[in-house]
Write a protein that binds this ligand. Structure first.
Ligand code: AMP
Ligand code: ZN
Length: 432
C-alpha cells in the first residue's frame, strides 16, 4: 500500500525533526550560491541561525523575479560539472526560469514521482502512457523516470497527435495515462470521431491530471467519460516538477511530500502566514536538492491546507486543489474573478462541451467580458430556441457566481483554439 511506509506515515514530530535537520543542510548548501550567499551575508544568517522550524521565517522569501534576475546560474550551489539535467518553466508569464539538477537530485525527484504514482494504486504491471511534452517541460521526463522506477512499462507518447495516442492505448493496453485536463476533455471528441469508447474499448484505469488548474467537476467529467479514477498531480519546475503534491486514493486534497519540501501558506499581500485552513499563496522550500536549493519560494499558486489527518494513513500535509495563480486573477468592474470559477460553473451545465474561452475588452471606460463556450453539436441542428435557452441558463449561472453579467456566445464543438499544452483560458484585449 505504501512505497516507503516509514517515511509516508512518519509521526508529525519525527517528520519535523527530519525537516529541521534537512533545512539546516539546505541553508548550508544554498549559501554556496551567488544569490543566497549574498542574501545571507546581507541578513547575517547562516545555518547556525536555524534552531527550529520556526526559524525558517528568518530567511527572506524568494520570488520568480529573483530567479530571473540571477538567471541562469546565480542559484547554483555546486560546480557546473556536477549537473546532469536542465529543465525550464513553461514561461507563460515572462522569461522562463531554468532549473539544474545533479544526479542525486534526479534520483530524489524520481523517487517522489514513483511514490506518488504508487499511492494511487499504479503498479509494475501497469502500462503507462505519458501524454505530456517531453523536453524542457518537467511533465514529460519527470513522470517518465518515476514510472520506470516503479517498474511500469512506459510509453513515452509525448503530447499531441491525438489519433495515434488512442491507437497506442488500444494496441498496447494502456492502463494509466498522464494528461493535461483540458487535453483529456478535447481527446473525447477524437475518441468519438474514431468510434472508440474509452470505457469499453480501452483498458484505462487511472489518469494523472496535472499542469493546470481544473475543478472537481472537470475531474468528475473525465472520470465518467473515460471510466477511470483521475488523480490531481501538482508540481512546478522550480520545485523539480511533478511529485510535489499528489492525491491519494481518498481524492481529498493533495499530499505534499514533507520529507522533500517545507510547506507554508502566506497572505500574498501582507506576506504573513495565514492560519491553517485559510487560503493563501503556497510557499515551498526544497529540502533535498543539491544543485539548486531554493528556500521559501513564492509559487504564486493559491490554495489552503486541509487540516486534520488523512484516512489513508499518510501523515504528510494535504493542500486543496489549486485555485489558480495570483496573477490569473481577473479584475473586472472591481470584482475579482478566477477563470476556474467560470470553468466550474460551465462544467456543471448539461449540454456544455469541453472547451471555453474568456475574452476581455475595454469599451470607453467599461470593461466587458465575453465567455465563448463550446456546446454539444445537437444544439445547432433543429430548434434554435434550445440553444438560446442554454445560453440564458449559462448567463444566469455565471452571473450568480461572479456577480457581473458576461456576454455568452455559444459555438460548435471544436471551433475554439485548442492547445496541446496548458490551455489558454483568457484573452485580455484591454491593454492599450
Ligand atoms: P511549470 O513550472 O511550467 O511546470 O508550471 C507550474 C505551474 O503550473 C504551477 O505553479 C501551477 O500554477 C500550475 N500547475 C501545475 N500543476 C497543477 C495542478 N495540478 N493544478 C493546478 N495548477 C497546476
Ligand atoms: Zn491520503
Amino acid at each position: 500500500m505504501y512505497w516507503e511506509k516509514e517515511t509516508e506515515t512518519m509521526p508529525g514530530n519525527r517528520l519535523e525533526e527530519l525537516q529541521l535537520a534537512r533545512l539546516k543542510k539546505s541553508v548550508e548548501k544554498a549559501s554556496a550560491s551567488v544569490f543566497y550567499g549574498g542574501l545571507f551575508k546581507k541578513t547575517n544568517l547562516d545555518s547556525n541561525g536555524i534552531k527550529s522550524l520556526e526559524d525558517i521565517k528568518k530567511i527572506p522569501l524568494t520570488t520568480k523575479d529573483d530567479l530571473r534576475e540571477h538567471w541562469p546560474y546565480g542559484f547554483l550551489a555546486v560546480s557546473r560539472d556536477e549537473l546532469v539535467r536542465m529543465h525550464s518553466s513553461s514561461g507563460t508569464t515572462g522569461r522562463a526560469t531554468v532549473i539544474f539538477h545533479t544526479i542525486d537530485d534526479i534520483k530524489e525527484w524520481t523517487n517522489i514521482v514513483a511514490r506518488s504514482m504508487y499511492m494511487t494504486g499504479m503498479r509494475k504491471s501497469d502500462v503507462f502512457q505519458n501524454m505530456m511534452t517531453y523536453g524542457l517541460f518537467t511533465g514529460g521526463l519527470g513522470f517518465h523516470y518515476g514510472a520506470e522506477k516503479l517498474g511500469a512499462l512506459v510509453i513515452p507518447a509525448g503530447a499531441g497527435n491525438s489519433k495515434r495516442q488512442i491507437q497506442l492505448m488500444q494496441d498496447f493496453g494502456t492502463t494509466a495515462i498522464h494528461i493535461i485536463p483540458s487535453y483529456a476533455l478535447h481527446l473525447l471528441s477524437v475518441f468519438e470521431e474514431m468510434g472508440v469508447d474509452p470505457r469499453s474499448d480501452t483498458q484505462l484505469q487511472i489518469a494523472f491530471l496535472g499542469a493546470e488548474p481544473h475543478s472537481e467537476k472537470t475531474r468528475e467529467k473525465i472520470e465518467e467519460f473515460y471510466g477511470i479514477k483521475a488523480y490531481n498531480s501538482y508540481g512546478l519546475s522550480e520545485m523539480d516538477g511533478p511529485g510535489v503534491a499528489f492525491e491519494c486514493r481518498r481524492q481529498n486534497g493533495m499530499h505534499i511530500w514533507e520529507d522533500n519540501f517545507i510547506v507554508e501558506i502566506i497572505n500574498p499581500d501582507t506576506l504573513e502566514p495565514v492560519p491553517d485552513g485559510e487560503e493563501g499563496e503556497l510557499v515551498l522550500t526544497t529540502l533535498l536538492r543539491d544543485g539548486m536549493p531554493i528556500l521559501r519560494y513564492r509559487t504564486k499558486d493559491l490554495t489552503r491546507i486541509i487540516p486534520g489527518p488523512c484516512e489513508c494513513g499518510r501523515t504528510h500535509v494535504r493542500i486543496e486543489r489549486i485555485k489558480g495563480r495570483t496573477d490569473d486573477m481577473l479584475i473586472l468592474k472591481g470584482v475579482n474573478i478566477f477563470p476556474i470559477q467560470i470553468e466550474k460553473k460551465l462544467m456543471d451545465v448539461p449540454g456544455v462541451g469541453t472547451n471555453f474561452l474568456i475574452i476581455l475588452e475595454r469599451k470607453g471606460f467599461n470593461d466587458h467580458m465575453t465567455v465563448r463556450v463550446e456546446v454539444q453539436k445537437e444544439f445547432f441542428s433543429g430548434d434554435l430556441k434550445q440553444l438560446e435557452n442554454l445560453r440564458r441558463r449559462i448567463v444566469e449561472e455565471l452571473k450568480g457566481d461572479i456577480l457581473i453579467t458576461p456576454k455568452v456566445e455559444l459555438v460548435e464543438p471544436g471551433s475554439l483554439p485548442k492547445s496541446e499544452g496548458k490551455a489558454v483560458r483568457v484573452i485580455d484585449n484591454r491593454e492599450e
